[in-house]
Design a protein around this ligand. Structure first.
Ligand SMILES: [Zn+2]
Ligand SMILES: [Zn+2]
Length: 258
């Protein structure tokens, strides 16, 4: 089985054919973690997981929505986590720092991130970090908050930054960016990554693989990333499938065995 650790199939891009997308993922043997990034998205992610056996969920406030990570909204998220939907909640996030788009002041992003990290510790959940052009500051905040269960999703940093993450024991997940011709730097990071520190990440509907570029991305396309990782790391597909599955089940404590 393959696990897409970062999908957003709750968004409106999938309203017309969500059931078909889920069916195609199932047919391709792909389970997924549906990741919320704002208040309504977190609720919808929880519902989707509740309705589908092979879907888990994560909830949080993206740095683009950092101003929404208020005490009141985080209380709502905590209530979701402690209620019936909590059974399939496997992480908090996505949360983080984004200096590339910079849609919220740095200070607002930092306050939102720290508050969510504290909640994750309280709930004993791993965190999914979104980080663009902000690895140093993000690592500092994670160290301050003494975080140990961390994945940098859609890793796009340098090899040096990746090494800093791996040295802390943090995971890195890779999207189909690695299939783009110009992304030699990401392939270099993948090549050097310890095998126990990598996971698959579609970030759909965004970041369609090269083969489908310009189209909507979906979990079933995560194979394009899988194949690229197998090629770059020169690992047999069967072996890589096993490694990625074990990494993911262990990190998110997923209640599945195969
Ligand atoms: Zn993200
Ligand atoms: Zn995302």
């Amino acid at each position: 089985m393959f696990i897409d650790t970062h999908a957003h199939i709750h968004v409106k891009d999938f309203d017309a054919d969500r059931a078909e997308v889920i069916k195609r993922a199932l047919a391709a043997n792909v389970s997924l973690i549906n990741v919320g990034f704002d208040t309504l998205g977190n609720e919808n992610a929880a519902k989707l997981a509740d309705e589908n056996k092979t879907i888990f969920w994560a909830g949080g406030y993206h740095p683009h929505h950092a101003d929404l990570a208020t005490d009141e909204n985080l209380k709502k998220l905590e209530e979701l986590a402690r209620g019936p939907y909590g059974k399939k909640l496997v992480a908090l996030g996505e949360m983080g720092m984004d200096y590339y788009r910079n849609l919220q002041p740095k200070q607002t992003q930092e306050v939102a991130l720290r508050a969510q990290l504290k909640l994750a510790k309280k709930l004993d959940l791993p965190v999914i970090i979104h980080c663009r052009d902000a690895v140093a500051d993000t690592l500092k905040i994670l160290a301050d908050e003494k975080m140990t269960q961390v994945v940098f999703h859609c890793f796009t940093g340098t090899l040096e930054e990746a090494v800093a993450c791996w040295n802390r024991g943090y995971m890195t997940s890779f999207t189909a960016i690695c299939t783009y011709e110009k992304a030699g730097n990401i392939r270099e990071v993948i090549k050097n990554a310890p095998v126990d520190k990598i996971m698959l990440d579609s970030d759909c509907p965004y970041l369609a693989p090269q083969k489908y570029r310009g189209k909507r991305n979906e979990p079933a396309y995560v194979f394009e990333t899988f194949n690229k990782i197998a090629e770059v790391k020169n690992i047999q597909p069967k072996e890589l499938e096993k490694i990625l599955f074990e990494n993911t089940v262990k990190f998110f404590k997923l209640p599945i065995t195969h």
